[in-house]
Write a protein that binds this ligand. Structure first.
Ligand code: NCD
Length: 330
């Protein structure tokens, strides 16, 4: 078998009946949002809609019956890991959960390529979260089965960005014409790295509000600039709050700081509370990938513009859609 050869119709002639060999994402890795165009996104959202309807109507169904997902998390997770598990189980499949790598052979010093080669003997798709940038791409080089990046250090979090974009579409009807303000830790927050890239496929204005030491990386600003998207950086949210359609709040990523004094200097700098919301548009949404650690006060939770809990539910449908697609069933 050729290294790096992925599942695809030519290398896998023995597909069970019902597999859609021409499906665009069949056998593909999901490593970065850079791999998607607008047409792909429209397709993913269409499948996610179908998933929502099926879950609402019948709860659990058999689309991925007999398929196995290996869920390999080298970093903590609540939403991403549990929503992928729920997604697989709602589709009738099952999951090998490796959430505590310290209890696996990783703690004996096993390399990522070997761990991935092991899991693909038992599973049809691998979801991977890892502290190093590029870890999923590295794993994908060795794996024949699809790898889904569930966060690679400060790099990307493509499935989160897909669910974030889906949230925007569902809540506000469209993406073109919107002003999106990202707030908080734009340096270490991988979700905003993926989201800024994904939004650059649309006609949007982007504001980045952060402390000086947590600015959006220059590499991403340049990439987005290459798509002719207006971008502006600010230290003060008030400068852009009134024009904002989507306020995307992030946690300061304490675990990424080398020096905790730096963390202490910037924690708690931005807090959205009910009083802040009085200066926001009547029709806008507040999003957060969660967990929150004080950036959004609980007195915002009952505001209809607070979309962060609904955002989690959209994540289930997006992850169901992605699993069905990479396994050739959508
Ligand atoms: C995010 C992550 O892990 O990057 N969480 C998530 O997946 N919803 C954001 C964070 O940890 O702050």
């Amino acid at each position: 078998m050729v290294l790096n050869e992925k599942l695809n119709p030519t290398s896998n002639p023995h597909l069970p009946f019902g597999d859609q060999r021409g499906a665009p994402f069949y056998g593909k890795d999901i490593l970065s949002v850079k791999q998607f165009n607008r047409q792909d996104l429209a397709y993913i959202f269409e499948v996610a809609h179908e998933m929502r309807e099926m879950v609402t109507r019948i709860g659990t169904f058999d689309l991925l019956k007999g398929k196995i997902l290996a869920s390999l998390f080298y970093e903590p997770s609540t939403r991403t890991s549990s929503s992928f598990t729920a997604a697989m189980e709602r589709l009738g499949g099952s999951v090998i959960p490796i959430n505590e790598v310290k209890y696996s052979s990783v703690s004996k010093g096993e390399s990522l390529p070997d761990t991935v080669r092991t899991l693909e003997c038992y599973a049809d798709v691998i979801v991977l979260r890892h502290p190093e940038v590029g870890a999923s791409a590295e794993a994908a080089k060795y794996a024949r089965k699809p790898i889904i990046n569930a966060g690679d250090g400060v790099g990307e979090h493509p499935t989160q960005a897909l669910l974030d974009l889906f949230t925007i579409v569902e809540e506000l009807g469209q993406v073109d014409g919107l002003t999106v303000t990202m707030l908080g830790d734009l340096k270490y927050g991988r979700t905003v790295h993926s989201l800024a890239r994904l939004l650059s496929l649309y006609d949007v204005r982007l504001n980045y509000v952060s402390p000086e030491i947590l600015r959006m990386p220059a590499e991403i600003i340049e990439e987005v600039d290459g798509k002719d998207i207006p971008q502006a950086e600010h230290r003060d949210l008030e400068a852009v709050l009134a024009e904002t359609d989507v306020l995307y709040v992030t946690r300061v990523q304490k675990e990424r700081f080398e020096n905790l004094d730096d963390y202490d200097a910037v924690r708690g700098l931005y807090v959205i509370d009910a009083e802040t919301m009085t200066r926001a548009k009547a029709e806008m949404i507040v999003m957060h990938p969660l967990p929150r650690v004080g950036e959004i006060s609980m007195d915002v939770d009952d505001d209809p513009r607070a979309a962060y809990f609904r955002q989690m539910e959209y994540g289930l449908y997006i992850r169901m859609a992605l699993l069905a697609m990479v396994l050739g069933k959508a």
